[in-house]
Design a protein around this ligand. Sequence first.
Ligand SMILES: [Zn+2]
Length: 164
Amino acid sequence: MQRDDIEWMSTARDHAIAEKGTDPANTPIAAILVLDGEEIARGVNHTAECCDATAHAEIVTLRAGGAAFGDMRIEGATLYSTLQPCGMCTFASIWAGVSRIVYGAGRDDVHEMYFEDRHLSTLDFIADAYKDDLELVGGVLAEACADLYFRPGDDVPEEMQAND
Ligand SMILES: [Zn+2]
């Protein structure tokens, strides 16, 4: 963990709440892309609003970040996410060339509805990526972030579970 990680995660969490409130039903997930101590882009989950299964907070942020940065690859950047990235967002981060992924709540802190696979942690793919300088840091403000989401064992209505 770096000195600023808690500060950026706190900013991401504040952004999630500012945009989407604290009700887990509104999926208040936020991401921030930071390069050399400066924010390049931020975003929240817009899957429901945009009828777009790919509009996860990390993807929204990488799209905005690439446009702002002027390159699809943002070497040296850190992607902060309030929730452990799913497989799609993990791979998108690899393709975007980011150098660090820092997340808040991990998959054991939240309901299984947030992930696509039962047993595999798709973050493990990072170890097998050609890009061998991608650092992974999890559990930053984990409890505070997990408070925004459905927890393991929560009785989540079937229609809200997009991975089913
Ligand atoms: Zn995702």
